[in-house]
Write a protein of this length. Structure first.
Length: 320
C-alpha cells in the first residue's frame, strides 16, 4: 500500500486535490454568488490599472456591479431539466424520502434542481445518505466538493471520506459560537493470513466519527462515533469523481471579461455623467465683423484653459 504522509493522519489534513479544485472553480463560484463575491476577490478578477492609485481602484471596485448572466443561465438550464416534477417509483423507504428528501427541501424535484445547479457551477455535487443517531428515517444531504477535505481510494474503492462541517456552541445567555466539525466515514481495514503465510486485506463495516474543535479552536477531540450496517460509504458521487471541473467555463470567461469592462465603463460614467465646464485665465477683446458689424468676444491669451470637472470637484480632462 502507499506510504501515508506524516500529516495525513491529522483531522485537519486537507488533500491537495481539494486545493486544486478550489482554485479551478473560484471564478464560477464567485460569479454564481454575485457582485459582492466578485468584489471580495479584488485584483484576482478585477486588475488594477498601471497608473491607477489604490484609492481610485478601491472606489472603482466599490462601484462595480455584476450582471448576473452566469447565474441566470445556470438557473435556466436547471429549470429546463426539471420543468416537470420528479416521480419516484421505488417503494419502501425511498418513497418516504422522496416526500421530503432533506431537512431544507420540501420536494424531491426542488432537491434535484438545486443539486443540478451545483453540478453546473462546481463541476460536481454529491448526495450523502444520513440518518439521526437516535433513530428516524434516512434523509439526503447535498455535499459540495468544497466540504470534502479528504477522500481516499484503494484499488478504485472509496475507503475513507472526511467532510468539513460547522456546529453551534452556546456562549453566554444570548450568544453562540460557530466552530469547526469533521465527519469521517471509513471502512474497517481487515488483514488476514492464509495457510501459505500470505497476507491479504479487505474492507468491512463502515465506521463513522465526528470530531470537534474546542472553544479555543486549538484542539480537536473525538465527539461521537459508531458503525453502520453496510460495507460501503453512503455517498453518491457525481460521475464517480469527488472533484470536477466547471461545466460552463467558457461562459464564465466571458462573464469575467464583461465584469472587467463594465467596471471601467461604470467608473468613467460616474465621473462624466454630470460634467461642469469652466474656464480660467481668460482675457477677452471685442472684435467687430467688418461685413455685418457684429461684435464678438475673442480670447487673446495663450494661458487660457477650459476644464471639465465632475460633481466631486476632480478634473476629468482639460483643453486649451
Amino acid at each position: 500500500m502507499t506510504e501515508i504522509k506524516s500529516d495525513s493522519n491529522e483531522i485537519k489534513f486537507e488533500s491537495p486535490e481539494r486545493s486544486v479544485w478550489l482554485t479551478s472553480t473560484l471564478l464560477s463560484r464567485s460569479l454564481y454568488a454575485g457582485s459582492q463575491a466578485m468584489r471580495d476577490q479584488g485584483k484576482t478578477f478585477l486588475p488594477q490599472g498601471a497608473s491607477e492609485s489604490d484609492e481610485e481602484y478601491s472606489q472603482r471596485k466599490a462601484e462595480s456591479f455584476l450582471v448576473p448572466a452566469y447565474k441566470k443561465v445556470v438557473q435556466l438550464l436547471s429549470g429546463q431539466a426539471f420543468k416537470t416534477d420528479v416521480i419516484v417509483k421505488a417503494g419502501g423507504v425511498f418513497e418516504e424520502i422522496a416526500k421530503q428528501p432533506s431537512i431544507n427541501d420540501d420536494s424531491i424535484t426542488n432537491f434535484c434542481k438545486k443539486s443540478f445547479e451545483k453540478d453546473l457551477v462546481d463541476g460536481c455535487n454529491h448526495i450523502l445518505v444520513d440518518a439521526p443517531v437516535d433513530g428516524g428515517r434516512p434523509f439526503f444531504r447535498s455535499i459540495s466538493p468544497e466540504s470534502i477535505s479528504s477522500a481516499v481510494y484503494d484499488q478504485g474503492k472509496l475507503v475513507c471520506l472526511k467532510i468539513d462541517e460547522k456546529f453551534e456552541e452556546k456562549d453566554g445567555r444570548f450568544s453562540s459560537n460557530q466552530l469547526n466539525q469533521w465527519r469521517v466515514f471509513e471502512l474497517e481495514y481487515i488483514e488476514s493470513v492464509d495457510d501459505d503465510g500470505a497476507i491479504t486485506y479487505s474492507y468491512g463495516q463502515c465506521k463513522w466519527e465526528v470530531w470537534r474543535e474546542g472553544g479555543t479552536g486549538s484542539t480537536e477531540t473525538l465527539y461521537d462515533s459508531g458503525y453502520l450496517d453496510i460495507d460501503y460509504i453512503p455517498i453518491a458521487l457525481f460521475s464517480g469523481a469527488v472533484y470536477g471541473e466547471p461545466l460552463l467555463s467558457d461562459l464564465a470567461d466571458l462573464c469575467e471579461a464583461h465584469w472587467q469592462s463594465n467596471s471601467k465603463q461604470t467608473f468613467i460614467l460616474s465621473l462624466a455623467r454630470i460634467p461642469i465646464l469652466f474656464g480660467k485665465m481668460l482675457d477677452f477683446e471685442i472684435k467687430v465683423d467688418p461685413e455685418t458689424g457684429e461684435q464678438k468676444p475673442v480670447l487673446r491669451t495663450s494661458m487660457r484653459r477650459f476644464i471639465h470637472g465632475n460633481q466631486e470637484g476632480s478634473a476629468l480632462s482639460w483643453t486649451e
